[in-house]
Design a protein around this ligand. Structure first.
Ligand SMILES: [Zn+2]
Length: 134
């Protein structure tokens, strides 16, 4: 599949147009070993894209082991509708929070998640720890 389609996370480039997957989360999803997401917001966006694209191994790899569930597979009936990042707060070099709203539809029902997520950086990589629903 070509990777010049718009990134599922919806990030806009300088032109104000959505970035291509290859220029956005694709760099991290397709080359996890060599190209870690550089900040918590990029990691959060790439994890959203991984949910959309069903990249289970990426979700597992970016979930901090202390909070990672045994089963990270997204529900196959879920249709993701969009992501809106509200706030990216850098607390210190190793901790950050990202507040976002994600929407999806499952079994005909529209669901909206508003969460403040915690991220930690270890050995140069950011990981999702957990979050509070708002
Ligand atoms: Zn993206």
């Amino acid at each position: 599949m070509s990777s010049d389609y718009p990134c599922p996370c919806g990030r806009l480039g300088r032109s104000g147009r959505p970035l291509a997957f290859a220029d956005c989360c694709g760099r991290y999803l397709d080359d996890f070993d060599n190209t870690p997401a550089p900040d918590a917001e990029s990691l959060m966006r790439s994890r959203y894209s991984a949910f959309v694209l069903g990249r289970e191994s990426y979700l597992r790899a970016t979930w901090h082991a202390s909070h990672r569930p045994d089963d990270v597979a997204p529900d196959e009936g879920t249709k993701w509708l969009g992501l809106e990042v509200r706030r990216h707060a850098v607390i210190d070099a190793e901790h950050a929070e990202v507040e976002f709203v994600a929407r999806y539809r499952v079994a005909g029902r529209a669901v909206r998640i508003h969460e403040r997520s915690r991220f930690v950086r270890e050995n140069g990589r950011w990981y999702y720890v957990d979050g509070d629903l708002l």
